[in-house]
Design a protein around this ligand. Sequence first.
Ligand code: F6R
Length: 621
Amino acid sequence: MCGIIAYIGARPCRDILIEGLKRLEYRGYDSAGLAITQTIGDCTTHVCKTVGRVADLERKLEADEPTLNGTIGLAHTRWATHGAVTDPNTHPHTDDRGLICLVHNGIIENYVSLKKLLEEKGRKFRTETDTEVLATLVSELYDPDHAKTGGMDLEAAVQAALREVTGAYAIAVMSTRDPDTLVVARKGSPLIVGIGNGEFIVASDGSAIISHTARAMTLDDYSVVRLTRDGLRTSTIDNVELSPKVMQLEIELGEIELGGFEHYMRKEIFEQPRALRRTMSGRLNHNEGCIVLGGLLAHAKELVRSRRVIICGQGTALNAGMVGEYLFEDLARIPTEVEYASELRYRNPIIEEGTVVIAVSQSGETADTLAALHEVRDRGALGLGVINVVGSTISRDTDAGVYLRVGPEIGVASTKAFTGQVMVLTMMSLFLARRRLMSGTDVSAFMAELARVPDHIEAVLEQDDEIRAITEKHIGRENWLFLGRGYNYPTAMEGALKLKEISYIHAEGMPAAEMKHGPIALIDEGMPVVFIATKGAQYDKVMSNIEEVRSRGGHIIAVATEGDEDIRRVAEDVIYIPECPEPLSPMVAVVPLQLIAYHAAVLRGHDVDKPRNLAKSVTVE
Ligand code: F6R
């Protein structure tokens, strides 16, 4: 959702900005633009923007500004919130006096009242965006002759403007009168500053920075950074100076490139065995029969004594959290609930002593999840994170946590993050189980099975051609059902979510038993119904549900355990997965469902990695 890239240094920045925008494309966007300050004729800051893809912007830039190549600039991919998807509403935004040029990610909640105040002062607006209001507010406060008059320079004007703002923002701001200063700031939306040799590259995430430098500065909420070619100054919006927090980006360039795959989603599905081995690496202590999670050690006692766990997240992260609910209750015997972060936050949650809240998020930037985490921590809960992106906002705002270590996920449809999240939640439940009730021998036996999960996934991936053929048979169908029970009810939810988000086919996921309570009315001749029918406690019940669908003409696609011949009697198509303990089966059973969704989207000719309307990281509530 919205991507920002900005540069100040000695190098011409046109290609740097374009390359950065391309790296940020995966976040989801509908229009793109850039501005570069360079004196050509009378004009200093040149803005070029367009609805469409970064490639469209590149073409427009080539046609309109072929010689533009200054050494300070900013660029943006917009995912519309305020105002339609039009060229004028695309960022960067300038003000009516042509002093300020600004890009923004987030929402300025009080923009209507600010706009009214500015209009009363005679300021004019040309767009429907909240961002133009912010640019105009900075311009109203900024004095381009500040050196002579003692008025506000760019940094002071940005600080003063942000003191008036409510909402969320990550911004990069330039003055058209000062080609030597770039000011950036954030609250609630992601932004980091890459520190190069005599240059700074600012971006929404590390993927747009890593080809230039691995040193990056993270920004806390309400911080403002002034960047010049000589250095940087960090302060709060109240101008209290802060010391920069510098970290190393843990991204390898190869991880954010396609590496011979046609799509990132496919690459990431196939990466899962390797990614999960990395998630487990160094964390399974087979000799002592325990799980080693360094991030939780400082809170181990509190965790063992915890009385209730609430897992929250959105979308795929929530589905992984649902598997976590089964794991924590089953293995660690702690009462556990799972809840949409967006609902948890606003329903006046009861947080008693001993409540642990686990925020699950790939990006670590999801606004709903972040807000829920703040809410429950304010009420006294211990807040843990299950996060992929190192140094992300949620990872910094938790008391402790465990990283997924699955590498950057670029495909908008989450795949390896789901299996990584379930793997981490499994390890967390074993970490607690060992301290509460499970013997070292039992944990060891379980860990041995856990270590085999990547091999099981490899066996599923080998069936890719068969899964494609099964998908192709049903490609004309507009409605699918995904059904499972127990541990694989969340798997069914995830299968349906994957299918709808990238193939735009309507799909519902639910507990298999629930189907009888209404949705069964949907089943007609040939409707594809995917059952996760692996061997486990409720296998017989699932078989009965399959019969119910079959007798109404539904076409059964079963994900079943290797060696189960009975299933062939009732299912038209069977995808086998290797036998594994039921609590581990979601990590394996979800893989064929990811592949069904992938093939369905490709067969329907959709842009798998950039599905319509979706953003990778949803940074607004
Ligand atoms: C689905 C998907 C989304 C995300 C959700 C939460 O494929 O990607 O449903 O899972 O937006 O995102 P994170 O995990 O970044 O908090």
